[in-house]
Ligand binder design. Structure first.
Ligand SMILES: Nc1ncnc2c1ncn2[C@@H]1O[C@H](COP(=O)(O)OP(=O)(O)OP(=O)(O)O)[C@@H](O)[C@H]1O
Length: 240
């Protein structure tokens, strides 16, 4: 069974969201329809202010929608309590941000362990898992280095490791390559493609970085609060 035949990881239908009221009202989402398939890297692209952050914030249960439906990994996120959202987010979703947000006093392996330690996993078990994730992202040899001893690309690998350590089924990346040079950006996208392909995960990458478009399985083009087109991407990295 391929990703296209399976239930999607994310299914949004008619999703709406506004901010403010009266003259200040902004309709950020005006009826978004979007599927993200299991095993795919979907890029979400569009001009500044078109609603990308709002959309991923609803998908990741950080924001409430106004109307429409949003199912994520089989759960209707519009009907969860605050406690259920927090639990769901911690268990099922991984985040990679533009700023790496690593803790400077902790080594790579300690940084990657943090989400597991917070959820109560014993230190030894957490660090073992963190080491294997750092291997997965090609940083096994630098697992005991402090962030300041690592290059920007290596720090981003640590951030990806931290996002994956609890084996989330949905990974959301917000501008993951915009602080990286071209070569490192390509390395990063190869890793992210591998992350989507190697397991039953789905990845959403929000990006303005047209150097990375070729790594998408599909690209969702957003404009003025709607998805106006979904096109096939370049699928680079498929054979490597
Ligand atoms: N908290 C808020 N209060 C009021 N308006 C907001 C708020 N957050 C976003 N908006 C508005 O909603 C619209 C969509 O914003 P959003 O941040 O989702 O767009 P975006 O595509 O992520 O933009 P960018 O690429 O610049 O990050 C914009 O017009 C924005 O000004």
């Amino acid at each position: 069974m391929t990703g296209a035949d399976q239930e999607p990881a994310v299914r949004c239908r008619g999703l709406t969201k506004h901010y403010g009221s009266g003259n200040e009202r902004v309709d950020a989402l005006r009826g978004v329809d979007l599927d993200v398939r299991i095993g795919e890297l979907l890029m979400l692209v569009g001009p500044s202010g078109c609603g990308k952050t709002t959309l991923i914030s609803i998908i990741t249960t950080i924001l409430d929608q106004d109307g429409g439906s949003c199912e994520v990994l089989g759960r209707d996120v519009g009907h969860m309590t605050e406690a259920e959202r927090t639990h769901f987010r911690g268990k099922s979703i991984g985040f990679v941000f533009q700023a790496f947000n690593l803790l400077p006093a902790l080594t790579a392996v300690e940084n990657v362990s943090v989400p597991l330690l917070i959820s109560g996993v014993a230190r030894e078990v957490a660090e073992q898992r963190a080491r294997s994730v750092l291997e997965e992202v090609g940083l096994g040899a630098r697992a005991d280095a402090l962030p300041r001893k690592l290059s920007g690309g290596q720090q981003q690998r640590v951030a990806i490791g931290r996002a994956l350590v609890h084996d989330p089924k949905l990974v959301v990346c917000d501008e993951p390559t915009s602080n990286l040079d071209a070569k490192t950006g390509h390395e990063m996208m190869n890793i992210l493609r591998g992350v989507a392909r190697a397991s039953d995960r789905a990845l959403i990458v929000v990006t303005h970085d047209n150097r990375t478009f070729e790594y998408a399985d599909r690209m969702a083009h957003m404009e003025d609060g709607r998805i106006i087109d979904v096109s096939e991407g370049g699928r680079r990295g498929e054979q490597s």
